[in-house]
Design a protein around this ligand. Structure first.
Ligand SMILES: Nc1ncnc2c1ncn2[C@@H]1O[C@H](COP(=O)(O)OP(=O)(O)OP(=O)(O)O)[C@@H](O)[C@H]1O
Length: 352
């Protein structure tokens, strides 16, 4: 599946701006970004629900930009499942097969197989209203998969479910993916955990543009853009000065008058840079000579640990950061000064 320079406008709103993106066969891609960044619009352009104002959509090298959705042969699952309420589960799943005029015996067999695939074999005769939200979502996925589409498009398929059910469904989607190794999955989400759990590659979107796309591990560990570092893994971005390159992609940076080994560094030009430090990698202690001085601004207990809001004191001014720690025993109270440790080897990203 390929998008080549695809733009979409709704009236005067530009919802997608010159997006280039390729997804390989059998690959799972997450389109990740904040609300309104254009993720759903990108999915709709692939499905054929909106017409690009520029660019082309290709499937297996063939240009499908001008084909109506029904002739693209793709599977689509949207946020609120949209099952046909007056049809039983089996008839919902059979819908696309009957539209393709498959023989009855084949339809019956395919429905049985597909319901089994999503763990809903025992529910064929129920109506959608007799199912839970998670079960309805499984049926919606079965309905999209029944025609064995080469590409399955999922638009926030888990957003209507509660947190526990969402985690079960992530496990379910992973299992499904293993059973359908040739099916390409494109998954729209604003949840970075879901994207990291499910996707081989992630495409990060912001303000109608593709910020960066790449293998999930690379994007998490070596983001090359500030927005990727902060959105994927909620890294603190601490402005630093680049002192020197130490070979490969390692560097030395200066922070608060001290030098610190850092990297990987990806695609940093001459401009301003920041250290991307995940909240769980910051250490917070009583003040000490080897530590960076900070003020403790707030403490939130999160059950499994604490979230601390701090103001890191730098020569250039203060920088708000967030830390996640297991305990606050021995720490001064809110409003007091603390010491922060920053590990070596944090990624460096260009600012802006
Ligand atoms: N039918 C429409 N008419 C006008 N503007 C639209 C329409 N659909 C979306 N938009 C606008 O286009 C932009 C991108 O919307 P889109 O739904 O693609 O974002 P998204 O990243 O999927 O957001 P969310 O996570 O909230 O669903 C937004 O500014 C939105 O307000």
């Amino acid at each position: 599946m390929e998008l080549r320079g695809v733009s979409v406008h709704y009236g005067r709103t530009c919802a997608l701006s010159e997006v280039d993106l390729t997804v390989g066969r059998g690959e799972t891609l997450a389109l990740l970004g904040p609300s309104g960044s254009g993720k759903s619009t990108a999915l709709k352009a692939i499905a054929g629900f909106v017409r690009p104002s520029a660019g082309r959509v290709l499937l297996d090298g063939a240009d499908i930009t001008d084909l109506p959705p029904s002739r693209r042969g793709l599977g689509v699952v949207v946020q609120n499942y949209a099952l046909f309420p007056h049809l039983r589960v089996a008839d919902n799943v059979a819908f696309g097969l009957r539209a393709r005029r498959l023989p009855r015996a084949e339809v019956r067999e395919r429905v049985r197989e597909t319901l089994e695939l999503v763990g809903m074999a025992g529910y064929a005769r129920r109506y959608p209203r007799e199912l839970s939200g998670g079960q309805q979502q499984r049926v919606a996925i079965a309905r999209a998969l029944a025609i064995r589409p080469p590409v399955l498009l999922l638009d926030e398929p888990l957003s209507a479910l509660d947190a526990a059910l969402r985690e079960d469904m992530v496990a379910e989607l992973l299992r499904l993916r293993a059973e359908l190794p040739d099916t390409t999955l494109i998954h729209v989400t604003h949840d970075q955990g879901e994207a990291l759990a499910l996707a081989d590659r992630i495409a990060v979107m912001r303000d109608a543009k593709l910020v960066e796309a790449g293998p999930s591990g690379r994007l998490y560990h070596r983001p090359s853009r500030e927005f990727t570092a902060s959105f994927l893994g909620a890294a603190n971005l601490i402005p630093v000065e680049l002192v020197r390159h130490d070979g490969d992609d390692l560097v030395t940076v200066r922070l608060g008058g001290r030098e610190l080994p850092a990297g990987p560094v990806t695609g940093v030009p001459g401009g301003a840079v920041a250290l991307g430090v995940r909240p769980h990698r910051l250490g917070v202690h009583a003040p000490g000579r080897e530590l960076f001085p900070a003020t403790l601004k707030g403490v939130q207990w999160r059950g499994s640990g604490f979230r601390l809001d701090l103001d890191l004191e730098l020569t250039s001014g203060s920088c708000p950061v967030r830390a996640e720690v297991a305990t606050v025993d021995g720490l001064p109270g809110v409003g007091q000064r603390v010491g922060v440790s920053i590990p070596d080897g944090c990624p460096v990203v260009p600012l802006g």
